[in-house]
Design a protein around this ligand. Sequence first.
Ligand code: FE
Ligand code: FE
Length: 172
Amino acid sequence: MATTKQSNDKMPNAHLHELFVDELRDILGAERQLLKGLKKMSSSAVSDKLKTAFDEHYTQTEQHIDRLKNVFQSIDLSARGKKCKAMEGLLGEADEIIESFEDSKDVLDAALIAAAQKVEHYEIASYGCLVTYANLMKHKEAEKLLSQTLNEEKQTDELLTKIAMNSANTNE
Ligand code: FE
Ligand code: FE
């Protein structure tokens, strides 16, 4: 963390708080945008396994949103999200992929998995930073809640890798 020019001890922390809240609003917006994306990815998926994975992550994503509301509450702020441009871009690319490979069912699932993993990696980066910030500012409750979500995003990423490997092996 870069130090500020002022010798005021409170300054870096105030800036970190600002960054923390800004990132929380970004990921809240992102999770909300993702609900719609997961619906579309699930309805486009060919294999039942992948469909189920997307549906289960939809339910998890609803929980991530609830958890974020609790994080805001734990620091006495109202839960306000903002439009996440990165998620908008990632979901835009997922849409393009669905359109391009709609008629190539043999690779559509692989393409959907790639798109979904890009989303998960964005979330993992965001929650990873948020956990670090919460830890630095000693927001214990927020840190606990954000770590829970971070773990679920990592598990989802691993599950998607497994599904991709299995379908490649069995030539489904
Ligand atoms: Fe999430
Ligand atoms: Fe996710």
